[in-house]
Design a protein. Structure first.
Ligand SMILES: [Zn+2]
Length: 51
């Protein structure tokens, strides 16, 4: 999961080591704090398989 802001450079991704739940929480926090629109895209499978 990768979430990014449509209005500034904010982003959060499971590639950074956070869980999807944590990223969803951060996205809501960003929206609450700034009123910005946060969009999300699923990551391709290669990013999920790390072993
Ligand atoms: Zn923003």
């Amino acid at each position: 999961m990768h979430k990014y802001c449509l209005e500034c450079g904010w982003r959060a991704s499971t590639e950074d080591g956070d869980s999807e739940r944590e990223i969803s929480r951060k996205a809501i926090e960003h929206f609450v704090e700034t009123g910005h629109t946060v969009d999300s895209i699923p990551l391709p499978p290669r990013c999920v398989i790390k072993n």
